[in-house]
Design a protein around this ligand. Structure first.
Ligand SMILES: *Cc1c(COP(=O)(O)O)cnc(C)c1O
Length: 434
């Protein structure tokens, strides 16, 4: 289909439109509430609302209105097993058997639930390995976990450094996984540069060395296919409001490999109890047989229902087809910036995302010394990017709804902003939520 990496490259508007005509996923765009007059490239931070997600949410409200308490078992689907049912639907996105995934909690809460289970420091083996480019929440949670277990984050947390400020070398991670390491947590895709780590290689090394290794998939779920069962990944977690488009604060998810089922959760709660006996209300713990055991509390119906509609779109489109389009779109945009002179003087944008498809997640990190003001100038022109300090404009084509023509127009906007200097008239600095 689309070959933006081919030797000859057509940077014309007509060529962008031709790519849209040839796009086998183009029909999904109308399933979303698009923002009139705007180009939305922030779906890696908060995906747009689909009509399917909206309908599921309204149906959930209606069932609450009409069924009340009987909705736990009588709703469609029953609320009592919503986490398991949606987990099974999510399993295809992470390459897992259905019971290995459950929809529950939020990214950081799920991280706590899993790391509290698998971090068992003992003797000289007490270090946690993460990376210097991690999303801050992940690091805060690890620091607090170490303190909770009587350790000192300054001594027990090792953040694998980055050589270039953008990426983390897998070799450096492998070198860090020594005998003193009790747990490792890595991002599948780095939130700023969009680097995709070599998950199968890292999982294999960690397993060989007996180190429980988990992945934060907030920036990969719904954007990148995973094969967790096949790769032998220990555990993973994610949110549903980025590429999964399930809405702000939507219920997240987690994965636990079969070999860990039956391990007592570090943060237990009644929602992780064996379902058939949960309402026996006895105090002796009997965890659910699979990943469901890591649930803590009653799921929020209204924060979970949209995910059901959203997942339908992923199943219809197929994660491999979405990945193919995503790679084509990020390659197209990077190539367009190169070929039209935007990555050289006087424009001076730089691509901070690895060029190799197998090292790239779903967004493109476009760097510029004046990134905060350029990001705001883009927004003023109706192109919605996001900014990540200190110098990154993240542009995320969402393969379910972004067109190649929108990417072409975004490149035009970047050129016109620099040509006119309109960003220079904006105040310095970023917005509170950027
Ligand atoms: C978005 C994101 C989070 C957000 O955490 P919440 O608990 O959902 O607020 C955490 N980690 C990473 C890597 C993220 O990208």
């Amino acid at each position: 289909m689309i070959e933006p990496g081919a030797a000859e490259f057509d940077s014309s508007e007509a060529a962008a439109r031709a790519l849209d005509v040839a796009d086998p996923l183009a029909r999904f765009r109308e399933r979303f509430h698009l923002l009139p007059g705007r180009i939305y490239l922030d779906g890696n931070s908060l995906g747009l609302l689909s009509r399917d997600a909206e309908a599921e949410t309204l149906a959930a409200l209606e069932q609450w209105r009409t069924l009340a308490i009987d909705g736990w078992l009588g709703a469609d689907p029953p609320w009592f097993t919503l986490g398991e049912e949606l987990g099974a639907l999510t399993a295809a996105l992470v390459g897992a058997e259905p019971e290995a995934v459950v929809v529950t909690g939020m990214t950081t809460v799920n991280q706590h639930a899993l790391t509290a289970t698998f971090y068992t420091p003992e003797g000289a083996r007490r270090k946690i390995v993460a990376t210097a480019l991690d999303f801050p929440s992940d690091v805060y949670a690890l620091q607090s976990l170490i303190r909770l277990k009587g350790g000192d984050p300054a001594r027990d947390l090792f953040l694998v450094p980055s050589d270039d400020g953008r990426t983390i070398a897998e070799d450096a991670i492998v070198a860090a996984l020594g005998e003193d390491v009790a747990l490792a947590l890595l991002p599948a895709v780095l939130y700023r540069s969009g680097q995709l780590l070599d998950i199968p290689r890292l999982a294999a090394v960690a397993r060989e060395r007996g180190i429980p290794l988990g992945f934060d998939c907030a920036h990969s779920i719904g954007g990148v296919p995973h094969r967790f069962d096949e790769w032998g990944v220990d555990w993973a977690f994610w949110c549903s409001y980025k590429y999964l488009n399930a809405g702000p604060g939507a219920t997240g998810g987690l994965y636990v490999n079969r070999r860990h089922w039956g391990t007592a959760p570090g943060l237990a709660g009644w929602w992780g109890y064996e379902k058939s006996r949960q309402f026996d209300m006895v105090h002796a713990w009997e965890g659910a047989a699979a990943a469901g055991a890591w649930q803590i509390s009653t799921p929020s119906l209204l924060a979970t229902a949209p995910l059901r509609g959203s997942l339908r779109l992923f199943h219809e489109a197929g994660i491999d087809a979405l990945r193919a389009k995503s790679l084509a779109q990020t390659a197209y945009l990077a190539r367009l910036l190169d070929e039209t002179g935007l990555t050289s003087s006087p424009y001076d944008f730089a691509i901070g995302t690895p060029r190799e498809p197998e090292r790239r997640g779903g967004h493109l990190a476009v760097e510029h010394a004046d990134a905060p003001r350029i990001a705001r100038a883009l927004k003023a022109r109706g192109v919605v990017p996001d900014f990540r300090a200190p110098n990154v404009i993240r542009l995320a084509p969402a393969p379910l709804y972004t067109t190649f023509h929108e990417l072409w127009r975004t490149a035009q906007a970047l050129r016109e902003i620099i040509d006119s200097g309109e960003h220079l008239r904006l105040a310095e600095g970023r917005e509170l939520v950027a």
